[in-house]
Design a protein around this ligand. Structure first.
Ligand code: UDX
Length: 457
């Protein structure tokens, strides 16, 4: 570009803009929809994010981001200012003004463990009423295998013969790191039966294709299966290392050495092998549950996924047993401090957090529960209003008999536990995330339990 005349360079840039820039609407502004809309605008597309929730849209239009996601605020602010990104509650208008409609509404778990696709079908109905020209309808929400085809048929039956194509484009976004995961994907998966839709989606993700990010195109059912298969596998990896950590505690082996020995095998890989209090979040538990039901609906018994969930539940039970044992089986008139409430560090989300299971089991005993979390306290207070919510970790640790570290917040690693333990010699510590220096904790003669007898320097 540097050898081109400025005029020619601007023509080139304009043609890039014209070729690649797509008019996109994103229906649903939760974790996935908001990050998707913001990042697509960041990639150069014109994006309208739409939601039925007036309050959420009013907050977004006022520049208030309702979720904790690193970099999201900056990306939204700059793209709203450059008019690449807008927010609305007028879903029909957003659909009519766009060529590609992303559906990113929630598909929560019903009481029977299956996915609730009510919101998805509601959006599909609105889309069928607003197909003012050819559009690509791209489902981002995690949906039961076979649902994309049902949505296609549902819209087709209501669309008065206006042409459209359907795509399933699964997201692989981790909460707290969703912007990073969107802008630095390992791969883009596009499920569709339409070549036109494949080409159109290649324009949406042109920036990634030009950087040699694999662009995997496949059929709808395979794309839907990829999403569940990935999440259930990652959850199984975590349940597996938690099982192994319990074996290490029984055998005297050191989990951190076992982890190193495993991670050096490139077939196993380095990630998702950290022991913890059990996996939580809005995805792994829900997707494993849904996948089991999908398997059952095809009369396929997904035994490993069932074992993954059973192992995760068992692991949380063993954490509770450790707590009761550390308090000499006498919880009355005792105080326990929970450091960390979010299901993982970097988010304010407590959905399916192990902290919830632990609190539910401890509350009936009459034990006093003091809690601190840098981001998730408001969300946990909506569930358990009677806990003692502290303004700092130090306040939470005062006059406590036992502290349990449940979330791997960096600030907990920096706590001067040597001073804390010197001041409160009877304080016992259960470190479910192996974030403290176990050699130092044990050298101080402190009652310190972690996951798998880890030797953490
Ligand atoms: C997950 C998937 O990673 C993501 O690809 C998908 O799109 C959505 O679901 P998320 O649930 O946001 O993302 O969080 P993730 O970082 O995967 O952690 C899930 C749970 O596993 C957390 O409770 C976390 O603490 C736990 N975990 C993760 C471990 O216990 N050990 C690990 O090594 C990694």
């Amino acid at each position: 570009m540097k050898h081109l005349s400025p005029i020619f360079a601007s023509i080139l840039l304009c043609s890039f803009y014209t070729i690649y820039c797509q008019k996109i609407s994103v229906i649903g502004t939760g974790y996935v929809g908001l990050v998707t809309g913001a990042c697509l605008a960041y990639l150069g597309h014109e994006v309208i994010c739409a939601d039925i929730d007036d309050n959420k849209i009013n907050l977004l239009q006022a520049g208030v981001i309702p979720i904790v996601e690193e970099h999201l605020n900056t990306i939204i602010t700059s793209n709203v200012e450059s008019k690449k990104l807008a927010f609305t509650t007028n879903i029909p208008d957003a659909i009519q003004k766009s060529d590609i409609v992303f559906i990113a509404v929630g598909t929560p778990t019903k009481d029977d463990g299956t996915s609730d696709t009510t919101a998805l079908y509601k959006v599909a109905e609105i889309i069928s009423e607003n197909l003012n020209n050819y559009k690509i309808i791209c489902i981002k929400s995690t949906i039961p295998i076979g649902t994309s085809k049902k949505i296609f048929d549902y819209i087709k039956a209501r669309s008065k013969n206006t042409q459209f194509d359907l795509v399933f484009n699964p997201e692989f976004l981790r909460e707290g790191q969703a912007v990073h995961d969107f802008l630095y994907p390992n791969r883009i998966v596009i499920g569709t039966e339409s070549l036109i839709a494949q080409e159109k989606m290649a324009l949406v993700y042109a920036s990634f294709i030009e950087n040699n990010i694999p662009f995997l195109t496949t059929d709808l059912v395979s794309a839907e299966t990829i999403k569940y298969a990935c999440n259930a596998f990652l959850a199984t990896k975590i349940a597996y290392i938690n099982d192994i950590s319990r074996l290490c505690e029984a055998s005297g082996a050191c989990i951190s050495m076992v982890q190193q020995g495993m991670m050096l095998d490139e077939r196993i890989g380095k990630s998702f092998l950290n022991p913890g209090p059990g996996f939580g979040g809005s995805c792994f538990p829900k997707d494993c549950e849904a996948l089991i039901h999908i398997g059952d609906s095809f009369d396929v018994d997904l035994k490993i996924v069932k074992s993954c969930l059973a192992s995760n539940a068992l692991h949380k039970e063993t954490i509770i047993k450790k707590i009761i044992s550390a308090l000499d089986d006498d919880l009355e008139n005792k105080t326990v401090t929970l450091l960390g409430l979010a299901f993982k560090a970097g988010t304010d989300d407590v959905r399916c957090s192990p902290a919830i299971t632990i609190i539910e089991k401890l509350l009936p005993s009459g034990i006093k529960i003091k809690v601190y979390d840098p981001a998730a306290m408001n969300n946990m207070q909506k569930i358990f209003p009677t806990l003692e919510y502290c303004s700092s970790a130090h306040e939470a640790l005062e006059n406590s008999d036992l502290t349990v570290i449940l979330t791997e917040w960096p600030e907990f690693k920096e706590l001067a536990f040597e001073k804390i333990v010197t001041k409160n010699k009877s304080l016992k510590i259960i470190d479910t995330r192996n974030i403290l220096d176990s050699r130092m904790m044990r050298a101080m003669g402190c009652y310190y339990l972690n996951a798998g007898n880890a030797i953490v320097n």
